[in-house]
Every structure is written in C-alpha cells, then in structure tokens.
Design a protein around this ligand. Sequence first.
Ligand code: AMP
Length: 331
Amino acid sequence: MKDIVLSGIRSTGNLHLGNYFGALRNFIKMQDENRCFFFIADLHSLTTHPKSENFHENVKTVLAEYLASGLDPDKSVIFVQSAVPEVSELYTLMNMWSYVGELERTSSFKEKVRKHPDNVNAGLLTYPVLMATDILIHRASKVPVGKDQEQHLEMTRVFARRFNNMYGVEFFPEPTAYNFGTELIKVPGLDGSGKMGKSEGNGIFLADDEKTIRKKVMRAVTDSGPAEPDAPMSEPVRNLFTILEIVSDDDVVRFYKAKYDSGEIRYGELKKQLADDICRITLPIRERIMDIRSNEKYLSETVKNGAEQARESASATLAGVKKIMGFKPFW
Ligand code: AMP
C-alpha cells in the first residue's frame, strides 16, 4: 500500500529557502511513489490577524509558489484548508482530548507569547491541535517537515495514541517526520543566528529577483575573519556554510572549507559563490511563479479539484471518528 504523505504551509508571506529545502523539496520528490496531500493553511494564518483584503491574495500567492516549485496537481491532492470543512469539525473534537497544560508547554507557543504578548489568542494555544487535525484527518503516515516542526509532530503522535487508547482502537496511525537526507534540515537565516523565517527579515524568497538575492547575500552577517586554528567557527559563518552545503556541490563546499581552514578565505568570495548557487536554484522557480500567478483559471481549477479529493478522504476519517466516539445519526 502507498504511504499517505501530507505537507502544509501557512498562507502568510512568500515562501523562502527554509520552506523550500526544509519541507517542499522533500515533498515534491515524494509525489511519484506516494499518495500525497498538500494544503495551504489559511486557518492557521488567522492567528496573526491578516487583513481581510489580503487574505485571499496570500493564499493564491503561496499556491502559485508551490506549483512553480514543482508540486504537480496530476500527482498530488492540492487544496486550501478552509475548503475542507471536515477539518474544522475534527479540530473541535480533537480539542476534547488535548490538554491545556501540554499546549502551554509547547515551545512555539512560549515563543509566540514572548514575541507577541499583545496577541495571545486561543488559536495560538491550539495551533498544534489544528496541525495534528490536518495530518490525522488524512491518516497520513509521513510528514515532510523541517526540524522546527519536530515537537508539533510528536504532539500529533501523542494525540493519535491517546485517541486510540481512550477508545481501544487502532484508528489513527502515528505519523513520522520525513526527510530524504538522514537528518531534518534547518536552514539558518542571513542575520547571524536562528532559522530563516518569513517574519524575521533574514530570508531569501523564491520570488526574489537576482539583484535582491545578491544584495541580501552580500549583506549577510559574518565575522572579522577566520578564528585561531582549532577554535570553533563563529555562528554567522557556520550558517553561511550550512546554506552553502544545501545549495552548492560538494566540491565547492570542500574548496571553501579548505580556504577557511588555511585562513585564506575571503568572505566576499564565499558570498558571491553562495549568491550564484542560490540564483541558479531559485530564478527558474521565480519565472514560473510569475506565469502561474497570473493564470487564475489554472489556480482555481487546481484547488477545486483538490478540495473534492481532500473532502472525500477527510469525510471518511471524520465519519470513522464520530462512530468510534458514539455519535449516531437520528435520521
Ligand atoms: P512555516 O513557514 O513556518 O509555515 O513552515 C512551513 C514548512 O517549512 C514547515 O514544514 C517548516 O518545517 C518548514 N520550514 C520553515 N522554515 C524553515 C527553516 N528555516 N528551515 C527548515 N525548514 C523550515
């Protein structure tokens, strides 16, 4: 039997290299061998209160970026989260076997509270429940996510197990994180520390033009030069090497590592190489983004067809859950 694979993305802002290498690229590689579901998480995006006039446009942008990156509607089910109302119904049910204490302890929740103390809404607290719902509603077994989502996925496993134990069933599979390499990837930002993110202002977006990419990379934080022999590499420089390892060929990485080790490295040259390799990967995607974004008919046909297939899968799971929980129709 084929594995069921699921991946999603919030419709807040454009896709960056972290999204591409952390999640999307793995997902695209899986389309041929598995039954793949991909969705745009517009409900999740509501926790940050997007303006209503931008809401729909954001969904379209992310959709176009995913399609341009290689997601194929003939191979995968591509849909918008809110077009599958079964998700919201299962989310309500799932909230009954998710506990406030465990949600409050989630590191992403604690981080959000710290960063945005003025907007600690209940949707943020139950964010992992909605994420688990997205996965479990298709009974997905593999979820290609970046390292930042490991904890959410662990919680999904807990929720699945808890439901199965509570009702004495083997209904939900426990999904695992999936990556083609051996380790989950974390793409660092260009600002010296932390991961590349949409709102951190430290990222390269798939829709960036060449000039912007070069400017961003050339401005990336480094240090004042290679450290003493055997001293650890500084975090900003390590981050640049991490990105180099992701976008460049092995011999290029070896070349710059050797230059670093011998103390001869020029960060300007390293950055130029990095910018060249990033452009090589992202500029063809950017061209496709512009084509697809203007093709309204293609976009709407894709998600209409996707929603039909996603609803079929979601309603079967929801019906199963309700039956197990004791719901019975009156008519
Ligand atoms: P987000 O942009 O937070 O909605 O994340 C969408 C997907 O991209 C998730 O599967 C994340 O794990 C992945 N992702 C986001 N940022 C990074 C990053 N800097 N490195 C690796 N994966 C990432």
